[in-house]
Design a protein around this ligand. Sequence first.
Ligand SMILES: [Zn+2]
Length: 325
Amino acid sequence: MTTAYLEHFTRLRTDSSRSRWPATTYHRAPHKPLLLLAVMDLIAEGTVSSNLIEITPDLGELFTLYWARVMPPDQRGNLALPFFHLKSDGFWHLIPQPGKKAIVEGSDQIKSVHRLRELVIGARLDEGLYQLLRNKSSREQLRALLIEKYFSPELHSGLMEQGIINLEAYSYSQNLLEQARKQKDSETLSIGQAVRLAARDQGFRRAVVTAYDHRCAICGVRMLTADGHTVVDAAHIKPWSVSFNDNPRNGMALCKLCHWSFDEGMISVSAKYIVVTSPQLSINHNIPGHIITFASRKIIGPKEEKLWPDLDALSWHRQYVFRKR
Ligand SMILES: [Zn+2]
């Protein structure tokens, strides 16, 4: 059976153009093989544990990480494209949302993740292929084939490495969340040292962003782009460089502006989880805009109370980072 899908995977229908796609992808659009690599990672993690691949921020993030390995920064990947177009390859079956079957079947293309989610619940693989992807050795065989077939040799090790990092980052994020749930206070989670830097960053980010459901703790912004990028960062409250602490309770999900303002000490958070703003925001040349309106409001924390920011870390931030005058 593996042979049949090895065959399928070598014949993905992809856009081919010398002007659009680089020599390193053999002048072919890399979307489909990269999406399949991301799907393999989710199955390997166990995040996808039944034969239904949903259009989640996690999938978008993994796809983007692979994309960054093969394409220049000015060319953005769009998850919606391969998610929709893989249906023409025979093993990927879109499951329409109730009442949307006719629209899905009548569409030539769907260009945004948002629209795709309105129309489809997700995709189901051929059952045989799904079983192969659950099995480590056949999954790795199919992974190696995709990488070899669609990418030139200089990209191979980077793509293989990304797969390993993704898995490490996931298990690191799960460890962090699990330990944070068990712990009473601000114990440092020191398992970080054993994990390579990229996996540590990505794992901390994933733990925090998941805990806050992709929402900025200070301003409440939650934005995902059409191609699946999310606006929030995982900010360390007490920086890693001084704390070596990846406990998700030493983190908050913050949008870019709030992250910068927090790191610069223009905003902080009180022991009662109330946002405090620095008097510096109102000095002459500053026009802080809506940022100033968050003062005195409670932060928007994780659903799970145990994952709310650690009070000692916040107190450290108020003492050493916050600009009190
Ligand atoms: Zn924000």
